[in-house]
Design a protein around this ligand. Structure first.
Ligand code: HEC
Ligand code: HEC
Ligand code: HEC
Ligand code: HEC
Length: 298
């Protein structure tokens, strides 16, 4: 049943790709396919991109505000991470987080872990406690500083309406701050309290039937989990769930379960998925609340 549905989708995906190619041949390709991070608010460099966005005049690089090819923080939960992070539960610039469970909604089943995993990486800019130019390995020769320059970073020059002179997010809805109780829970166990079973047989066993059953696989001896949104195997349009080295609460929902920090609105996903990215870095379009119903049986 499921296989037939999937292969049916595959054919539609191929058919619509063919149609798109035909349309492009007929009407001519757009001047330059404007997709990817360079066209988004996550391009903080001085190069071309969105007018009026927060940006610095000190470098035209894009990836450097998050990743470095060398000298990365290996304790960070994000790959080749180039920014200072706090220890779990502690904002990079100090203080503490207020988590969603402090609201004590009676319906919440899962346990919330201290802010950690990939969400810490997002919050290292979005909580506003440290400058966005806090970077461990600055562009160019030399320039390695283990603390990334501290709370005020590298003293880059910034322009933009929601960044202050020191380079911190200072206003606007993207400044989540350290009070996360008004945000969708993160560091929250999936399946209303986690999965039961072990190894790759856990998939059919959500603790709570209100959730779509996750997929699982073992890659490089690590068990990974994701919510399938279509296509072959795990794709960037699927919603990843995260596990932590310690704590044993996984799999959990984190910022990057719903968001892919690199995608521009309507950016096509891998062909077999037939999906496009949503606005605001959403892994899939949220039309018909598809992001929400990918997880919640509602
Ligand atoms: C605003 C921060 C940010 C910027 C800028 C950024 N990344 Fe990332 N990147 C992340 C985070 C966070 C993750 C982990 C996401 C996850 O768990 O899927 C990641 C993951 C990745 C991965 C591995 C997972 C994947 O999606 O393939 C690659 C490769 C990558 N980034 C490359 C790049 C490159 C190349 C650039 C510059 C063109 C870049 N990134 C710019 C934040 C960023
Ligand atoms: C290097 C700093 C930095 C990091 C790290 C970072 N962001 Fe951002 N993000 C920004 C800035 C700057 C903006 C634009 C803020 C504004 O316009 O007010 C932004 C905007 C956004 C937006 C709104 C986009 C829009 O079009 O309105 C989302 C969603 C977002 N980020 C999610 C994330 C997630 C999820 C992560 C981690 C995977 C992340 N960010 C990591 C700096 C960062
Ligand atoms: C369960 C899914 C989910 C999780 C987890 C999640 N987000 Fe979002 N986020 C969304 C959706 C959906 C939107 C779009 C809301 C809208 O259109 O107003 C959004 C919007 C945003 C925006 C833009 C707000 C605006 O209205 O302009 C930012 C910034 C953002 N998210 C950052 C984060 C960060 C940082 C985290 C982790 C601390 C996170 N998100 C976790 C689903 C999620
Ligand atoms: C990646 C999976 C995932 C996605 C996507 C997702 N959620 Fe959730 N959501 C969860 C989990 C897990 C919980 C915690 C539920 C629990 O433990 O009872 C939760 C909790 C909630 C709660 C709070 C429940 C309570 O008892 O306090 C609300 C409301 C909610 N989600 C709405 C949304 C909306 C709206 C969207 C789309 C914008 C969304 N969710 C997207 C997984 C997800």
């Amino acid at each position: 049943m499921k296989m037939a549905w999937l292969s049916g989708r595959g054919r539609w995906g191929a058919a619509s790709a063919g149609l798109l190619a035909a349309l492009i041949l007929t009407f001519g390709a757009p001047a330059q396919a404007q997709v990817g991070i360079a066209t988004t608010k996550h391009n903080l460099g001085s190069g071309p991109g969105l007018a009026g966005r927060n940006q610095t005049t000190d470098t035209a690089e894009i990836c450097v505000f998050c990743h470095t090819p060398h000298g990365a923080d290996t304790a960070a939960p994000a790959p080749l991470w180039n920014k200072r992070l706090g220890s779990p539960g502690v904002p990079a610039g100090g203080g503490s987080y207020t988590t969603y469970d402090t609201l004590q909604t009676p319906s919440l089943d899962g346990t919330i872990a201290p802010v950690g995993s990939i969400s810490m990486a997002c919050l290292s800019c979005h909580d506003g406690t440290q400058a966005m130019d806090n970077i461990i390995n600055a562009p160019g020769s030399g320039g390695l500083l283990a603390d990334g320059g501290g709370n005020d970073g590298r003293a880059f020059t910034w322009t933009g309406s929601t960044v202050n002179a020191a380079g911190r997010l200072s206003s606007g809805v993207a400044l989540l701050g350290t009070d996360l109780s008004n945000d969708h829970p993160i560091g929250i166990q999936y399946c209303g309290g986690g999965v039961t079973g072990s190894g790759t047989t856990v998939t059919a066993n959500c603790k709570d039937g209100d959730f779509v059953t996750p997929q699982t696989a073992v890659i490089n001896s690590n068990q990974i989990f994701w919510i399938d949104t279509g296509g072959d195997g795990k794709q960037r349009t699927d919603l990843p769930l995260y596990t932590r080295a310690t704590g044993g609460l996984g799999p959990m929902v984190e910022c990057a379960s719903c968001h892919d920090p690199h995608v521009s609105k309507d950016q096509p996903g891998p062909a077999s998925t037939g999906k496009v990215a949503g606005d605001t870095f959403l892994r899939i379009s949220n039309a018909s609340s598809a992001v929400c119903t990918a997880c919640h049986v509602k």
